[in-house]
Design a protein around this ligand. Structure first.
Ligand SMILES: Nc1ncnc2c1ncn2[C@@H]1O[C@H](COP(=O)(O)OP(=O)(O)OP(=O)(O)O)[C@@H](O)[C@H]1O
Ligand SMILES: [Mg+2]
Length: 555
C-alpha cells in the first residue's frame, strides 16, 4: 500500500478535465435542465396555444405547435434535457398525440419534487410515492374512461377534432376529421373475436401545395404525382396489368469507368446499335410480361420511352420508393428489381386514371387494399404543419377505434385524477403521502396552462374546476373559448384514454429517472448554467451525451 493511502489522503481517479457534481447540486442541475425543456413547450398547449418557429443551422424553417417536433428540432445538448425529450418521443410512438402534455407534466413533477427535497424528504421516498401515484392514476383513468361503440362515428370524429384543435389543421377540422374517420375505417378490419385492428400501413398520406386545405381529399388506392414519360402514351388504363419496377430502363452501366476508343464510324454505329438492342430487349421483356402500365422508380432512357409508347404502354419514371411500396399493397404486385427474372405473377391489377388538373395518376386496386389521404394547402409550411396535425389525429382515431375508451378533455380528466389521487394519498403512510399529493398537484398543471394560454386566470379556473369535481362532475373541464367550466365530454372535447395513461406513465418514469441521480461525472466541461425559464435547455454539458443511455439502467 502506498504511503499516501496510508496517510488517508483521497485517491484521485478521474482525469483533470473531467468534472463532477454531487448530491444536491446534481439534483438542482438536473431538475433545472428538465424544467427548462418542459417550459419551452408549455406555451403551445391547448387550442389557444401558440406556435414555435424553429430555424435549423441550415436556415430551414419549421413552424409548429407539435411538442415532439419542437423538441426534436431544438438543438439540445444536455443529457438531462435529452431524457425529457425521450418522454415526448415515447409518447409520440405509443400514442401519437399528447406529447406536450407528457413533457409539461414531467417538468411539473420535478418542480414539485424540488420543493419536497428542500423539506429534506429523501429522493427515494419521492420516487416511490410518484410510482405509486402513477399506478393509481392509470387505474383511475381506466375507471373514469367511457367505453364507446366503435361504430359511433360522431364521437370518434370528435376525438379527431379535439386532437387537431390549435394546430394548422384546425381551420378545416370538420372536413378533415371526416376524412380521417373515413380513412381509418378504410383500413380497419374486424377480427374473428370481434376486435378492431387498424392497420395504418395501408394508409398513405400525400401532400400537394397550391390549393386550399378544404380541398383535401380521401382516395381509394394510391396516387402517383408524376407525368407519363412520353406524349404518345395512353394516360389512362382500365383493368390494367401493372408493373412496379425498381430497375432503370436504361443501358446498363458498368461499375468501372471504361473508355471505348473507336477507330472507324462502323464501330461507333455497332456500338450504338448494341445499346439500342439492349433497350429494345428491355421494353420487349416488359411487353412480353403483358404490362399495360409501368411505374419505374429509376430512370427511363429516351429511346426506351419511345419504344414503350410504340407498344402502347403507359410509363412513369422516378416514382417515389414509398409510393411503389404502397402501390404494391394497393394493386397486389411485387416490386420487381430484375426484369429478366420477372414473371406475370409479379404484376398487379387495377385501374389507372389521370387527373390532368392536378397532374397525377390515381391507382385503384381491384378490391382496394389501401387508401390515400391527399392533403392540400397553400404553401409548404402550411402543408407540413397540416400533415403533423393530421398524423396526430389519425393515431388518435386509430386508437379510439381499437381501444374503445375515451375521456373528457379540457383538463377534466386531470382535475378528476388529482382529486382521486388526493383521496388515495390519505391511505398512503409515511413521506410517500406527500409525494402522491405532489403528483396530484402536478396533474393540475394541464388545466392551469390551458387557462393561462387562453389568457384566463389560472387560479380562478382551477378553483372552479375543483369545486365542480367535488360536486361529482367527473367530466367538468375548461371551455377555453368562453372561459367557463362545462361538461367537456358533452361539448365534444374528447380524448383517447390510452394517450392519457401513457402521458402519466412516461412523465413519472422520466421524473423518477432524473430524481434518482445524485452524482454527475462528466468527461468534459460540465456547465452549471441553469438556463433561463423561457429559453430552453441550458447549454454546456458537452461530452456527456453518452450518459443518457447509461442512466437508463439506473431505474
Ligand atoms: N376545445 C377545447 N377546449 C378545451 N380544451 C381543449 C380543446 N381542444 C383540446 N383541448 C385540450 O388541449 C390539450 C391538448 O393540447 P395540444 O394538442 O396542444 O397538446 P398535446 O396533445 O399534449 O401535445 P401535441 O399535440 O403537441 O403532441 C388537451 O388537454 C385537450 O383536452
Ligand atoms: Mg395534441
Amino acid at each position: 500500500m502506498s504511503q499516501r493511502m496510508q496517510q488517508g489522503q483521497p485517491m484521485i481517479v478521474m482525469s483533470e478535465d473531467s468534472q463532477r457534481v454531487k448530491d444536491q447540486d446534481a439534483q438542482d442541475y438536473n431538475i433545472s435542465a428538465a424544467r427548462a425543456v418542459a417550459e419551452a413547450v408549455r406555451s403551445t398547449l391547448g387550442p389557444k396555444g401558440m406556435d414555435k418557429m424553429l430555424v435549423d443551422s441550415m436556415g430551414s424553417v419549421t413552424i409548429t405547435n407539435d411538442g415532439v417536433t419542437i423538441l426534436k428540432e431544438m438543438d439540445i445538448d444536455n443529457p438531462t434535457a435529452e431524457m425529457i425529450i425521450e418522454v415526448a418521443e415515447t409518447q409520440e410512438d405509443e400514442a401519437g398525440d399528447g406529447t406536450t402534455t407528457a413533457v409539461a407534466i414531467a417538468g411539473e413533477l420535478l418542480k414539485n419534487a424540488e420543493d419536497l427535497l428542500e423539506q429534506d424528504i429523501h429522493p427515494t421516498a419521492i420516487i416511490k410515492g410518484f410510482h405509486m401515484a402513477a399506478e393509481q392514476a392509470r387505474a383511475e383513468v381506466d375507471d373514469i374512461a367511457e367505453d364507446i361503440d366503435p361504430s359511433d362515428e360522431e364521437l370518434i370524429r370528435k376525438t379527431a377534432e379535439t386532437s387537431m384543435t390549435g394546430k394548422g389543421a384546425e381551420v378545416n377540422k370538420e372536413h378533415l376529421s371526416q376524412l380521417i374517420v373515413d380513412a381509418v375505417s378504410g383500413v380497419t378490419v374486424e377480427t374473428n373475436d370481434g376486435e378492431n385492428v387498424v392497420d395504418l400501413e395501408f394508409l398513405n398520406i400525400e401532400t400537394q401545395t397550391g390549393r386550399a386545405v378544404g380541398e383535401s381529399d380521401l382516395l381509394e388506392g394510391g396516387i402517383v404525382d408524376k407525368d407519363p414519360v412520353h406524349d404518345n402514351m395512353p394516360t389512362d388504363a382500365e383493368d390494367a396489368d401493372i408493373l412496379l419496377l425498381n430497375e432503370p430502363i436504361e443501358v446498363e452501366e458498368t461499375d468501372v469507368d471504361t473508355e471505348v476508343s473507336v477507330t472507324d464510324p462502323d464501330q461507333l454505329q455497332k456500338f450504338l446499335d448494341r445499346e439500342e438492342e439492349q433497350l429494345k430487349e428491355k421494353v420487349q421483356q416488359i411487353a412480353d410480361l403483358g404490362a399495360d402500365v409501368v411505374f419505374c422508380q429509376k430512370g427511363i432512357d429516351d429511346l426506351a420511352q419511345h419504344y414503350l409508347a410504340k407498344e402502347g404502354i403507359l410509363a412513369v419514371r422516378r416514382a417515389k420508393k414509398s409510393d411503389l411500396e404502397f402501390l404494391s399493397e394497393v394493386v397486389d404486385a411485387a416490386v420487381v428489381s430484375d426484369l429478366a427474372s420477372a414473371s406475370t405473377e409479379d404484376l398487379g391489377f387495377g385501374d389507372v386514371t389521370r387527373d390532368e388538373e392536378d397532374e397525377l395518376f390515381y391507382v385503384e386496386g381491384e378490391d382496394a387494399h389501401g387508401v390515400t389521404l391527399l392533403l392540400r394547402g397553400s404553401t409548404d409550411h402550411v402543408v407540413d404543419e397540416l400533415e403533423r396535425g393530421v398524423n396526430d389525429a389519425l393515431d388518435v382515431v386509430a386508437q379510439t377505434v381499437s381501444d374503445g375508451r375515451v375521456l373528457a378533455g379540457g383538463g377534466a380528466i386531470e382535475v378528476e385524477l388529482a382529486s382521486r389521487l388526493r383521496d388515495y394519498a390519505d391511505s398512503v403512510s409515511g413521506r410517500e403521502q406527500l409525494a402522491v399529493e405532489a403528483f396530484a398537484d402536478s396533474l393540475e398543471l394541464v388545466p392551469r396552462v390551458l387557462a393561462e394560454n387562453a389568457g384566463l386566470d389560472s387560479i380562478d379556473t382551477l378553483v372552479d374546476l375543483r369545486a365542480a369535481h367535488e360536486d361529482g362532475d367527473v367530466t367538468a373541464g375548461l371551455n377555453v373559448f368562453s372561459g367557463d367550466v362545462e361538461d367537456t365530454f358533452d361539448a365534444g372535447v374528447v380524448e383517447p384514454a390510452h394517450a392519457k395513461e401513457q402521458a402519466v406513465t412516461s412523465a413519472s418514469e422520466a421524473a423518477n429517472l432524473v430524481l434518482k441521480i445524485d452524482d454527475i461525472i462528466s468527461a468534459g466541461d460540465l456547465s452549471t448554467d441553469k438556463g433561463d425559464d423561457e429559453g430552453g435547455a441550458p447549454g454546456g454539458a458537452g461530452g456527456m451525451g453518452g450518459m443518457g443511455g447509461g442512466m437508463g439502467g439506473m431505474m
